[in-house]
Design a protein around this ligand. Structure first.
Ligand code: BG6
Length: 480
């Protein structure tokens, strides 16, 4: 029997997000979004959010990697690697600067026309996240973000404009990036925008679970309404959800650890996709709500909206895994928004994220077993310090090693029978880190000469991983 590998039309590519990549934060009519008010931090020093632009602070999103002025060259480099797909996001405040204008900003819309047209020249399929951590700040000030139900209509208007404008250019859409970040306190800054009036370190936002979960309910409704609308008006569209999948294992075989991990997995990793893929609140959430004093306000008809707006495919980010224990006294471990404790079998990145390629195969199997929907891994990668050698080359063998092992395990999952549509590793061109605001935490195949003090020529350079990934794509994942 011959083993199947990746499907022939497998979508190899890379991923970015507007707020971390585009720069041009106040150009051509763009309004201020939440990340425009986020300062830079480091691996150990937390970044801040301010309520207005402070002249003595540095805001890394303002210039970022300046994709806004480099998009042609950047897309040409992606094409040179052989990309079939480019995951990117629309900057909400380019289209509606405060979220509430009657008419969209034409210059903002025109920018994405240029980007999509450029992709088309190279036969690259755009995969567009409608909202990736960049709520208009005006909506935070006026509504306390998604805490208000009014946000649903505001989001629908924004999404409808995008659908109408780009219907012939974009087929694949994702509603919210990593929607399940909202179950963690940091999600208030990233996703729910329930931070009205707060200025300070992003990890010290006063937490209000009731508000966060109510906000999340509004996001579920907004997503479902937009999915339903798209299905009715643009039957060729495929719309997915997007989750952080931070797999965790019980630290030991102690049944207490096993139960603790199961509960943790339910809330952190499964809850949001259970709603968005199955179209209803899962059974286990009611006990969680009760024990945490959460009482959702729902209107008649909400359940139907959720049911009618289930997504077409499931997507997720995968960077690391963790362990969970019911007992104390164990070293905690970092991770992509969702934490846990250390796994003695795994090594970690310079930012303390535990590297676990087999966890990707495991996750793909678990998710597929639960939903049976086509899937995409829309983020994966190693944030690392890169050094430019005297001759300008960048030898990032550590990154190649990380990606090789993850692709190998992804291939195993495909052979296991998982229906995998594509793979877009994160930050294919260096960009600003979402958690720390650093440039120094690099993920790219392409280096951007930009540094944490704001200096740099923005010149692009191919890293060793660029040439390696080019071969991977050329061989459809056979040559690793
Ligand atoms: C995901 C986000 O959480 O992980 C991205 O969708 C983010 O926006 C990526 O950049 C990597 O995380 P970080 O914190 O290293 O930038």
């Amino acid at each position: 029997m011959t083993m199947r590998g990746f499907r022939k039309d497998f979508l190899w590519g890379g991923a970015t997000a507007a707020n971390q990549f585009e720069g041009a934060w106040d150009e051509d009519g763009k309004g201020i979004s939440v990340p425009d008010l986020c300062t830079n931090g480091t691996a150990t020093e937390t970044k801040w959010i301010t309520t207005e632009i402070r002249p003595d602070r540095f805001y890394p999103s303002h210039e970022a990697s300046d994709f806004y002025h480099h998009y042609e060259g950047d897309i040409a480099l992606m094409a040179e690697m052989g990309f079939k797909v480019f995951r990117m996001s629309i900057n909400w405040t380019r289209i509606f600067p405060t979220g509430e204008e009657d008419m969209p900003n034409e210059k903002g819309l025109a920018f994405y026309d240029r980007v999509f047209d450029c992709c088309k020249t190279y036969g690259i399929e755009p995969l567009v996240t409608i909202s990736h951590y960049e709520m208009p700040y005006a909506l935070v000030e006026k509504y306390n973000g998604w805490a208000s139900r009014e946000m649903i209509a505001i989001f629908e208007k924004y999404a409808h404009v995008l659908f109408e404008r780009y219907q012939d250019k974009v087929t694949y859409w994702l509603t919210f990036n990593e929607i399940n970040s909202s179950v963690m306190p940091f999600g208030a800054v990233l996703n729910t925008g329930t931070i009205r009036g707060y200025e300070g370190p992003v990890n010290e936002v006063p937490d209000n679970k009731q508000e966060r979960f109510q906000a999340l309910h509004h996001m579920f409704l907004a997503s479902a309404k937009v999915v339903k609308y798209a299905h009715e008006h643009y039957p060729n569209f495929k719309i997915g959800d997007m989750n952080i999948f931070a797999t965790s294992y019980p630290l030991t075989s102690d049944p207490d650890d096993v139960i603790e991990n199961q509960q943790h997995m339910n809330i952190s990793n499964w809850f949001c996709s259970d709603v968005q893929v199955r179209g209803e609140y899962p059974f286990y959430i009611h006990r969680y709500f009760e024990e945490n004093g959460i009482k959702l306000e729902m209107e008649p008809g909400d359940a139907t909206v959720l049911k009618e707006g289930v997504v077409d495919f499931y997507t997720f980010s995968y960077y690391m895994s963790n362990c969970i224990t019911a007992h104390g006294g164990v070293e905690s471990a970092g991770g992509n928004i969702i934490g846990g404790c250390q796994n003695p079998y795994l090594k970690e990145s310079d930012w303390g994220w535990q590297i676990d390629p087999k966890g990707l195969r495991y996750s793909l199997n678990e998710i597929y077993a639960r939903y049976g929907k086509p899937m995409m891994v829309v983020e994966n990668g190693l944030g690392a310090y890169d050094t430019v050698a005297d001759d300008g080359s960048i030898h990032d063998d550590y990154r190649i090693e990380y990606l090789r092992e993850h692709i190998r395990q992804m291939r195993e999952a495909v052979i296991d029978g998982v229906d995998l549509l594509g793979y877009t590793p994160w930050g294919c061109i260096d960009l600003v880190s979402a958690s720390t605001g650093e440039m120094a935490k690099r993920y790219g195949f392409i280096y951007v000469d930009k540094h944490d003090d704001g200096t740099g020529t923005l010149e692009r350079k191919r890293k060793d991983s660029f040439f390696w990934y080019q071969k991977v794509i050329e061989s459809n994942g056979e040559e690793l």
